[in-house]
Design a protein around this ligand. Structure first.
Ligand code: AP5
Length: 230
């Protein structure tokens, strides 16, 4: 199976580092699909599906659902996307070595083009502040922050005009600390994994959103393996 995809971007980073915020900008700028496994799991939860009921308990403990479940969701979605998009920006996938190795098989088999990987690096202290202040538009999913990323008109979403917002059930201080532990144990090893392959780009994620975005765009546009078509 040869891919129709032209680009693969992977965003690595701790919970709350800003992966979702940056993935949205990359997807809009380069016309890629914003592939967030977290959003896909939350859709399962909202639909009250059998999988949704199972994963809600796991996510609300700050833990990861099984690799089999995640990989099943990822394979199905990629198959569906093949006809409709020129590439994907992975946000929160892979996050275990098993998931990364499975993704490697897709690169080796030509199902996906080789990736450009970004690590959004932020200190643990900043992460807690960012997650505790996060809220999301119920209608379109745009992410805001009480202090750092406010809508232009207070209480009105910039993207869709909705005035309904929500906070995630896993964004409590206790669960964040658990999520950080799981990140350190299971996801952090991927930094060395991609670094040893020479595809990792480290970003100072403590900078304001626009500065991080512009650093990413600069790297994408300077990368000869990605021909930028907008
Ligand atoms: P997921 O939804 O992916 O959560 P996460 O990785 O914990 O990351 P977050 O969404 O919390 O943060 P983010 O890095 O996207 O930051 P954001 O841009 O929102 O996954 C949730 C759960 O699902 C996981 O815990 C796990 O259980 C499960 N899961 C998902 N994928 C899985 C997988 N592949 N395998 C196993 N389990 C999986 O920014 C955070 C806040 O900071 C926002 O308020 C934002 O406005 C603000 N902000 C962003 N950038 C900046 C900046 N530069 N300066 C100031 N503020 C900023």
């Amino acid at each position: 199976m040869t891919s129709n995809f032209a680009y693969t971007v992977i965003l690595l980073g701790a919970p709350g580092s800003g992966k979702g915020t940056q993935a949205k900008s990359i997807a809009e700028q380069y016309d890629l699909f914003h592939f967030s496994t977290g959003d896909m799991l939350r859709e399962e939860i909202s639909s009250n599906s059998e999988i949704g009921v199972q994963v809600k308990k796991i996510i609300d403990m700050g833990k990861f659902p099984s690799d089999d479940l995640i990989l099943d969701i990822v394979h199905k979605k990629l198959f569906e996307l093949k006809k409709s998009t020129q590439g994907v920006v992975f946000d929160g996938f892979p996050r275990t070595l098993t998931q990364a190795l499975e993704l490697e098989k897709m690169f080796e088999h030509g199902d996906l083009p080789s990736p450009l990987v970004f690590l959004v690096d932020v200190s643990a202290g900043d992460i807690i502040t960012r997650i505790m202040g996060r809220y999301t538009c119920v209608t379109c999913g745009t992410v805001y922050h009480d202090q750092y990323v406010k809508p232009r008109v207070s209480g009105v979403c910039d993207s869709c005009g909705s005035s309904q917002f929500m906070r995630r059930s896993d964004d409590t201080e206790e669960i964040i600390r658990q999520r950080l532990d799981v990140y350190n144990q299971q996801t952090k090893p991927l930094i060395d994994f991609y670094s040893s392959k020479g595809v990792l780009n480290r970003l100072d994620g403590s900078k304001p959103v626009a500065e991080v975005t512009s650093a990413i765009f600069k790297i994408i546009e300077g990368n000869s393996s990605i021909s930028v078509a907008r």
